[in-house]
Ligand binder design. Sequence first.
Ligand code: AMP
Ligand code: MG
Length: 419
Amino acid sequence: MKVEKDPSCRDDFDPKSLSADAALEQVISGVDRVKGIEKIAIRDALNRILAEEIQSGINVPSGTNSAMDGYAVNSADIPSGGTAALDVLGTAWAGKPFNGNLTPGNCVRIMTGAIMPDGADTVIIQEDVQVNDSGITIDASTRKGDNVRQAGEDIAVGDLVLSRGRRLNPADIGLIASLGIAEVCVVRRLRVAFFSTGDELRSIGEPLGNGAIYDSNRYTLYGMLEKMGADIIDMGVIKDDLDALEEAFSIAAANADVLITSGGVSVGEADYIKEILAKLGKVDFWKVAIKPGRPLAFGHVGDAVFFGLPGNPVSVMVTFYEFVQPALRKMTGEDDTGILTLKARCDSRLKKRPGRVEYQRGILQSDEDGNLVVAKTGAQGSGILRSMSQANCFIILPIESGGVEPGTVVDIQPFSGLV
Ligand code: AMP
Ligand code: MG
């Protein structure tokens, strides 16, 4: 007779586990874009998701101008060999143009950013010119059109500059300002409620009794959500108590687009929360073949999207970045939802058994030849939050891989491309 072993977190291979890819697919297809946009000043739009297309109403630069300090000439006056002498008619400054025509045999002293005088098509940089009492002497080294920025060369009238779904970065804000646009339409912020569950948890300021720990998950969640630009509803610590939990779920579902809990979804605890969620929502409890972060619940409570993350602090962060963040990005219509993955040489020996994808915590650097190298942060337990604090990347070890010897090339996800 075949005896089915009760899977615990110590087993790395569990045939009932969902693959990370399948879990992500279900999460993504289980959430919809939110409705609602707002028009805000561009300074306030940093890190928000653009809800309109930005088209240029002007040419940038608005006029043809000089890219260098030098002399504006007509290319017909540039000799094909030897030198030529030109008279200087005046000066064109940035913001103060030369009001006149450039006539043959002459030039205009011109500064960077100054509008090109009528009749000039080329700028000879001052380093290539000999200045004398009556004017300048030029040689044949400059080509027609050199050192000139054409009107509309950066952006032409009518160009699509930024698309819907763009998360606006500092360069984007500057770009929008360069078009003279003061306000933009962005997607409204997502309202995300969260609470921690567990009788052992204490809030900061409370004394730590025997076996008690401070709740850290609400703080990492706060940080990760704040960075994404969400509107945060922090509901505190909820005891492992049926009535208290049910009330918290109801309040969150009525007030938020998304509810995130941590703790209480692992084997032995889930029944409690399962019972409430069966009544209030439609939630699946998954064992995902990843480490850390195997137990995960996903579904809906009322109209809110629900994520039940595991309790261990590193598991919370891994499951947030791998499943919650992509879902929140889809909900706001953000176009770029991929996670940058690179290859690096691993200088540590990593322990692993086949059966789960592992997200180990690494420190990415470049060696003296400029190659990417990664080392592990130390102990990799799912409760060791220091490993996340010290790390600057995840080292991703695929499901089928065993341990890794130093010198092996591994996949990494830099936090800078992730968070
Ligand atoms: P659970 O998923 O509830 O079984 O919790 C797994 C582990 O994570 C336990 O050791 C908990 O004490 C710990 N844990 C749960 N919630 C938190 C939290 N909010 N902050 C820090 N540790 C937690
Ligand atoms: Mg618990």
